[in-house]
Design a protein around this ligand. Structure first.
Ligand SMILES: [Fe+2]
Ligand SMILES: [Fe+2]
Length: 187
């Protein structure tokens, strides 16, 4: 496997953990219990940043190469770049809904629960599609020089949540993720 796909898969598993944390908060909202809005805000903030800046653009590069090498498969998969635009728009909408609840504007917690569930489902579906269809097709058809090209166009990335240096606003969230991971392992 190339290091490009390995990195994308690692980021998927990070994002999957994050969605699990959000899912638990959404559950609390759905049951009318107190959710942790610091955690929810930090998650939304992360989604607005790192994945949009680095993760999806890297996948777009892979998809562009796939379009050239195997246009039929790329067409069957559908336009990944458009999906990323849609994903960015959905993230912004969800972020606005979270802000509205925090500012007490006209959005009920129940409706936030529904929006959170829809957001989580979309993200999981999108990642599943990439894992199932995009990555295997790219691994099958892209050449060494394609991968080298992609690697050369990747900018330095510093993941503020899962990287070595955790940003101030993500410290609690990172601890929460690690706690849940520990609990899941001991189950
Ligand atoms: Fe993606
Ligand atoms: Fe992805």
């Amino acid at each position: 496997m190339t290091d490009v796909i390995r990195l994308l898969r690692r980021e998927h598993s990070n994002i999957a953990q994050l969605l699990d944390v959000l899912d638990r908060q959404a559950d609390l909202l759905g049951r009318g219990e107190a959710a942790d809005f610091d955690i929810i805000e930090a998650i939304v903030d992360y989604f607005l940043g790192y994945p949009n800046l680095y993760h999806h653009p890297m996948e777009d590069l892979v998809y562009q190469k796939l379009l050239v090498r195997d246009p039929r498969t790329a067409a069957l998969i559908g336009d990944l770049r458009r999906e990323h635009e849609e994903e960015a728009a959905r993230t912004r909408e969800f972020a606005a809904a979270v802000r509205a609840v925090l500012e007490d504007v006209n959005v009920s917690r129940e409706s936030l629960h529904e929006r959170a569930s829809a957001f989580i489902a979309y993200q999981r579906r999108h990642m599943g599609k990439e894992e199932r269809l995009v990555f295997p097709a790219a691994l099958l058809t892209l050449t060494q020089s394609d991968w080298a090209d992609i690697r050369a166009r990747i900018t330095d990335r510093e993941d503020p949540l899962f990287g070595r240096n955790v940003g101030n606003r993500y410290v609690t969230l990172r601890r929460d993720i690690l706690d849940w991971a520990r609990i899941a392992r001991s189950d």
